[in-house]
Design a protein around this ligand. Structure first.
Ligand code: GLU
Length: 480
C-alpha cells in the first residue's frame, strides 16, 4: 500500500509471453516518464499467471530491453523492493488472502459447473443471440471453496459505472459489462482481472496506464474495488499504435518487431525513446529531437492523443541520425566500437580519424560500421594506389596540365602553418577555381583516395595529414 498517497507510483506489468514489441515498450516508457516527471516510483511487475502462454526467456528479454532503453525501475523483478515478490506466480498467498476476504463478505463463490457445462451456457446464449452472462447461472447456494474449483466473483450490484480516464475524459459503462468473472482458476492461479487489482493496491500504484483493450472490462474492475472497499487508482488509456497506413493496428507484418532488433540494427536508445515517446504524444510545442531528460520534463498525460498514432520507421531513422549527430565524437566512437564488438566486423586502426565523417553521414551505427569496414575508407590504409586513367578520368584536362596542377598543389600545401581540412581548402579552392576545378580537384582526390568515389579532397587531406597527403600526390605525379 502507498504510505504517501501524493507520491506517484506507476508500473509496467508485462506478461512473459514473448519479445517486447514497440507497443509494450511505449506503455513502459509513458509509465516511466510519468513517474520520473513527478519524482515517483516505477515498478516492473511480471504477470505470469497464464502458464500456458509463457515463453521461456521472456523475463530476461523484458529486463534487457528496458535496461537498453534506460528505463530503470525502482522496484521490481530482479531487484526486489518493499513489495516483493514482483512476479505474480510468487504472490499466490496474497491473492488467497483477498479471495478469503471476498468469500467472507459473500462476494465470491466456487463455480459448481464443469467447463463443458459453462460452454453449453455460452453456446445457448450465442444461439439465442444474447450476450453470455455467467451471473444468470449463478447458483442459489454456495458451497465451501476447497481450491479445486474456480472461484468466481459475485458482482454485488448491477449498475452503471462511471470513471475518469486521464486521457479520454469521463467514461461510463453499464450492466452489460458486469459479470461473475473468475478470480482464481482451478489451477490455483489468479486471473489477470483479479491479480492486477490486488497487486496495484498492495504496491500502492496510483496510475494505471494500459491499452484500450482493457476499457471494456472497467465495470468489473470497478465493482471489485468497491467490493474490496479499496480506492480506485487513476486510469490512463494509451492510444493504440497504428500501422504506417493509419488504417489498422500495428501488427508483426508492419514492423512490430522485437525492440532489441533495433539495437542490433544500430539504433541508439535515446533515439528509440524519443521516437516512441512521439507515437501518441507531443510536448505541445514544435520540438521534436529531445533528450530523455527533456522528455521527462515535458511529459504530461494531457498531451497524450486519444486516437491511434502511426508507427513510421522512416521517422525512427531520422531520429536516430539526429541523435547520433548530437553525441560528442568521443561518445560516438565509443558507441561504434561497442557496436562493432557485437558483430564480426573488425575496427580498423584508423577508426578514430574517420569518426567525424561517419558521424556526419551514418543514420545508424550499422551503417557507420558498414562504411568503415566496407572499403569506403580503405584509402586510410597505405595500400591504395591510383592508375593514370583514373587520375585523368574526371579531370577534363590532359596529363601535362594535370601534372602542373598537382605540382602546384604540393607547393601550396607544403608550407601550410596548420594542416587540416579547412586550411587545405582555403589555399587549394581559390587556385582550382582560377584554373578549372575538375582539373585540380579530381586528380587531387584520386591521388589521395585511389578510388573513383570518395569524400572530397579537402576532407581526405585533413584525414590523412600533411605527410601522407604530400607523399600520395608525389606518387601520383610519377604516373604522369
Ligand atoms: N499483463 C498485462 C499485459 O501484458 C498488463 C496489463 C496492465 O498493464 O494492466 O497485457
Amino acid at each position: 500500500m502507498n504510505p504517501n498517497p501524493t507520491k506517484v507510483v506507476t508500473r509496467f506489468a508485462p506478461s512473459p509471453t514473448g519479445f517486447m514489441h514497440v507497443g509494450g515498450v511505449r506503455t513502459a516508457l509513458y509509465g516511466w516518464l510519468f513517474a520520473r516527471k513527478h519524482g515517483g516510483t516505477f515498478i516492473l511487475r511480471i504477470e505470469d499467471t497464464d502458464k500456458k502462454r509463457e515463453v521461456a526467456g521472456s523475463i530476461e528479454h523484458i529486463v534487457e530491453s528496458l535496461r537498453w532503453l534506460g528505463l530503470e525501475w525502482n522496484e521490481g523483478v530482479d531487484i526486489g523492493g518493499p513489495h516483493a515478490p514482483y512476479k505474480q506466480s510468487e504472490r499466490l498467498a496474497s491473492y488467497q488472502k483477498y479471495a478469503r476476504i471476498l468469500i467472507d463478505k459473500g462476494y465470491a463463490y466456487p463455480d459448481p459447473y464443469t467447463e463443458e457445462e459453462v460452454a453449453v451456457f455460452r453456446q445457448r446464449a450465442e444461439d439465442e443471440k444474447r450476450p453470455f452472462l455467467y451471473r444468470e447461472h449463478r447458483p442459489e447456494v454456495f458451497g465451501a471453496w476447497d481450491g479445486t474449483k474456480p472461484l468466481r466473483f459475485k458482482v454485488p450490484m448491477i449498475k452503471r459505472y462511471e470513471w475518469y480516464d486521464e486521457v479520454r475524459g469521463e467514461l461510463s459503462a453499464g450492466e452489460e459489462a458486469l459479470d461473475d468473472f473468475i478470480l482464481i482458476k482451478s489451477d490455483g492461479y489468479p486471473t489477470y482481472n483479479f491479480a492486477h487489482i490486488i497487486d496495484d493496491h498492495e504496491m500502492g500504484v496510483t496510475h494505471i496506464m494500459r491499452g484500450q483493450e482493457f476499457i471494456s472490462s472497467m465495470p468489473i474492475y470497478l465493482s471489485l474495488y468497491e467490493a474490496l472497499g479499496i480506492d480506485r487508482p487513476r486510469f490512463a488509456t494509451m492510444p493504440p499504435i497504428m500501422a504506417a497506413d493509419g488504417k489498422k493496428k500495428l501488427g508483426k507484418r508492419d514492423g512490430a518487431k522485437d525492440v532489441l532488433e533495433y539495437r542490433d540494427e544500430g539504433y541508439i536508445p535515446e533515439a528509440m525513446v524519443n521516437f516512441l515517446a512521439f507515437i501518441g504524444w507531443n510536448p505541445g510545442d514544435e520540438r521534436e529531437v529531445m533528450t530523455t531528460n527533456e522528455l521527462i520534463e515535458s511529459f504530461s498525460l494531457k498531451h497524450l492523443h486519444k486516437a491511434g498514432a502511426k508507427f513510421n520507421e522512416e521517422k525512427l531513422l531520422w531520429f536516430n541520425h539526429k541523435h547520433l549527430q548530437r553525441l560528442s565524437s568521443t561518445e560516438f566512437e565509443a558507441r561504434l566500437r561497442a557496436f562493432l564488438s557485437t558483430t564480426d566486423m573488425q575496427a580498423p586502426t584508423y577508426l578514430a580519424q574517420v569518426v567525424p565523417l561517419l558521424q556526419a553521414r551514418a543514420q545508424t551505427l550499422m551503417e557507420a560500421a558498414q562504411m568503415l569496414t566496407g572499403g569506403e575508407f580503405s584509402f586510410m590504409a597505405e595500400t591504395t594506389f591510383p592508375t593514370k586513367e583514373l587520375l585523368l578520368q574526371g579531370a577534363k584536362a590532359d596529363d601535362v596540365s594535370v601534372k602542373t596542377h598537382l605540382q602546384k598543389v604540393i607547393t601550396l600545401l607544403q608550407d601550410l602553418a596548420s594542416f587540416d581540412q579547412g586550411s587545405v581548402k582555403e589555399v587549394i579552392f581559390p587556385y582550382a577555381t582560377e584554373v578549372g576545378r575538375s582539373a585540380v580537384l579530381w586528380p587531387m582526390r584520386v591521388a589521395l583516395s585511389g578510388m573513383e568515389k570518395s569524400p572530397d579532397p579537402f576532407t581526405l587531406a585533413g584525414l590523412l595529414g600533411r605527410q601522407r597527403t604530400l607523399a600520395r600526390i608525389e606518387k601520383a605525379l610519377q604516373l604522369l
